[in-house]
Design a binder for this molecule. Structure first.
Ligand code: FE
Ligand code: FE
Ligand code: ZN
Length: 361
């Protein structure tokens, strides 16, 4: 009787093996039905793992064969794969409206962009053109745009010593956030400010105070603090200062960070030799869930120079390889990468195609 049980067990194993070896070749097809079925019935078996690996590899192969330039895919720690999209674009002129910006970006090969909400020196914003916005939203949807990143005028200083300058910053932020609701769910990025001798702590308090004044309950825009290079008396020269601002903001889910590669490099974060270390540090101090956008720039100056002078991709001290590692980093998937390099549209088109090619390689 014991012998009988052994025979049954051995036979069962044999049937399984035959079944699997029959299934395995079928699973070289990306959407292999058998592979899926087997993995549902035996989710934890090594054979399922093998089959998934086959699917994964064949998928990778077909992506390579078809030369997909936009999409890439990643493997989760469970061995599943998923498609990811590189969202990349450049800072572009807003003078002709949203539709014109989107059209320019499509011509440049981009699927996100940044723009100044008004004259960078802080003038009056143009009247809202609802027809233009409607057309833009349609275009952005059909071309699968990622989130776009509006930029506040860089002359605003939320922590100025003079109250009238702070009032101006407060009013402009509030007006911009109202206007951003016409394109709901996107990002609004600003330079935290310069404490002009009042000390970083006072600066941090004043910046948070203005954010608390202008944030509203129904706001769908996430406001992003930009990492700064630390020139002059800039606040936001390191991750700790940004964390302190974020901690003082009451509507915490409405604030995030935009990491500028040139600024962090000039600020002393070695993204060339230790990108993982810098991102770990960001994660420990701020939390990577707060990292919503990246300004992708090369730098004319050395690590820790506190200068802030952007260079074209691959023409500065950071270099192409390090910047490609940034866009390919698994912890930075699916966030918008914005070029603020000294270029015209022809130059940005070249940079975007160079980076897309490097991304899908
Ligand atoms: Fe900026
Ligand atoms: Fe920037
Ligand atoms: Zn800069």
């Amino acid at each position: 009787r014991k012998f009988c049980i052994e025979v049954v067990v051995v036979c069962n194993i044999a049937i399984f093996l035959i079944f699997y070896s029959f299934c395995a070749p079928l699973c070289y097809e990306p959407d292999a039905f058998y592979g899926q079925t087997v993995s549902y019935i035996f989710p934890f078996s090594p054979v399922t793992y093998f089959l998934k690996k086959c699917q994964y590899l064949s998928f990778k192969e077909s992506i390579r064969t078809f030369g997909a330039s936009v999409n890439n895919f990643s493997e989760t720690n469970k061995g599943d794969f998923f498609m990811t999209t590189l969202y990349i674009g450049n800072h572009t002129s807003s003078s002709k409206g949203y539709t014109a910006m989107a059209k320019q970006m499509i011509a440049n090969g981009g699927n996100t962009f940044a723009f100044f909400t008004r004259n960078p020196r802080g003038g009056k914003a143009k009247a809202i053109d609802e027809k233009d916005i409607h057309k833009f939203l349609e275009l952005a949807e059909s071309y699968h745009f990622g989130k776009i990143v509006a930029h506040a005028p860089y002359t605003l200083n939320a922590c100025a010593a003079k109250e009238n300058l702070r009032d101006f910053a407060r009013e402009t932020f509030a007006d911009d956030l109202r206007r951003m609701e016409y394109i709901p769910g996107n990002y609004y990025n600003f330079h935290p400010g310069s404490h002009v001798g009042q000390g970083a702590e006072t600066g941090i308090q004043k910046i948070a105070e203005i954010l608390n004044d202008v944030f509203t309950e129904g706001q769908t825009t996430t406001v992003l603090l930009e990492t700064m290079s630390g020139k002059g008396s800039e606040v936001g020269r390191n991750f700790e200062e940004l964390r302190e601002i974020i901690d003082l903001v009451h509507m915490n889910d409405k604030i995030g960070v935009c990491l500028d590669t040139c600024h962090v490099w000039d600020g002393g974060y070695d993204i060339v030799n230790d990108l993982d270390g810098v991102l770990d540090e960001f994660d420990h101090i701020i939390g990577l869930d707060k990292l919503k956008a990246v300004h992708l720039n090369d730098s004319l100056n050395d690590l820790g120079s506190h200068k802030d002078r952007h260079a074209r991709i691959g023409e500065g001290k950071i270099g192409l390889d390090a910047l490609v590692r940034v866009i390919r980093h698994p912890k930075l998937k699916e966030i918008p990468f914005i070029l603020e390099t000294p270029n015209d549209d022809e130059g940005w088109t070249k940079e975007i195609s160079l980076l897309r090619e490097a991304y899908s390689r």
